[in-house]
Ligand binder design. Structure first.
Ligand SMILES: CC(C)(COP(=O)(O)OP(=O)(O)OC[C@H]1O[C@@H](n2cnc3c(N)ncnc32)[C@H](O)[C@@H]1OP(=O)(O)O)[C@@H](O)C(=O)NCCC(=O)NCCSC(=O)C[C@H](O)C(=O)O
Ligand SMILES: [Mg+2]
Length: 285
């Protein structure tokens, strides 16, 4: 598990063209927002959405929520103008769609100095190049684009996401090897809370930091699934106490609930407590 200064349990997409949704998000319990100029915005609306978003971000207060802008690709008519519009803006990161190589990232890095970059991992080539993408020095986070990936693979939806597992696993390995944030893909059936819960639990079990979402009704499920449970916090505290006691007695191993606790488990326990603390500080239940 990786801990970061802020939680990313819930990462809500908001179409940059929807003024009401942009306003509403200022009060929603989401850890981060992706302000989208790509797939959620029609070609006809793109220039107006870019202007609305730039204006909104200069005025609105999104509090502690991370503000990430998803621009269009540089192989489209809008990508370069999107990038130019957010240089120096009040945003935490720029998210680049369909990143397939480290060179795709570098092209954006060259025109946006300073700001952290995030990459959508959603092409077959991106899966195969996940390691070089994650290693890019400007990269901070990775987002799985499971719709585009399924489209490229020709795979069908399955609740267990069998066809996507290889790609999800490759990207997760790459993110962890380079200490990057990594967020799971969206669950399209936004009225199916139980299906979302199952997919969130799968993502959390695999090691993702959180889930991208498309509707406010999905927030509570993701926030619960990706937060340490009370039982996990309690166990972490007891492991740390037992290990401290063992060390004071000159031992390198403790036993808690019939299981050994070594140094490496203490690293995880401390990360669990740090994550719980960061969530409490954020104020989103
Ligand atoms: C999915 C939706 C089109 C549903 O819209 P709608 O029917 O209007 O929803 P509701 O009437 O239930 O909305 C209720 C209120 O909630 C607000 N709302 C809705 N969605 C959002 C949102 N995403 N963020 C903030 N607020 C939202 C409405 O304004 C209503 O407010 P109120 O007036 O107070 O009642 C719609 O939810 C939507 O457009 N979702 C986002 C879709 C999107 O961003 N898609 C692109 C990202 S996913 C993707 O690209 C995946 C990736 O690249 C891949 O390859 O997998
Ligand atoms: Mg996509």
């Amino acid at each position: 598990m990786q801990t970061h200064a802020r939680p990313y349990r819930s990462v809500l997409y908001i179409p940059g063209s929807k003024a009401r949704a942009l306003e509403k998000a200022q009060t929603l319990p989401t850890d981060a927002i992706i302000f989208d100029l790509e797939d959620a915005v029609t070609p006809e609306e793109k220039p107006a959405a870019r202007a609305l978003l730039a204006q909104t971000l200069s005025e609105a207060d999104y509090g502690a929520r991370a503000r990430i802008v998803r621009i269009n690709g540089f192989d489209t008519p809008w990508g370069r103008d999107d990038a130019a519009a957010f240089v120096g803006a009040k945003v935490d990161a720029i998210l680049i769609p369909k990143v397939s190589t480290a060179a795709d990232l570098q092209a954006v890095a060259d025109v946006i100095p300073g700001l952290p970059l995030w990459a959508m991992l959603e092409t077959a080539l991106g899966m195969l190049n996940a390691a070089e993408i994650a290693a890019h020095p400007r990269l901070q986070g990775m987002v799985m684009g499971t719709n585009d990936l399924a489209k490229e693979l020709g795979s069908r939806f399955r609740p267990d996401r069998l066809a996507l597992q290889a790609g999800l696993g490759l990207c997760l390995l790459a993110a962890r090897a380079h200490s990057r944030i990594i967020i799971d893909g969206v669950y399209n059936a936004f009225k199916d809370a139980e299906g979302l819960r199952v997919e969130c639990d799968q993502g959390r079990d695999m090691g993702f930091d959180g889930k991208t979402l498309i509707h406010p009704d999905q927030l509570a499920v993701a926030n619960a699934a990706f937060a340490p449970s009370e039982a996990e916090v309690d166990l972490a505290r007891r492991q740390i106490a037992a290990f401290d006691e063992a060390q004071a007695a000159g031992l390198g191993v403790a036993v808690v609930d019939g299981k050994i606790v070594e140094n490496l488990h203490i690293v995880t326990a401390r990360q669990t407590l740090a994550k719980a603390g960061a969530i409490a500080a954020m104020g989103n239940s």
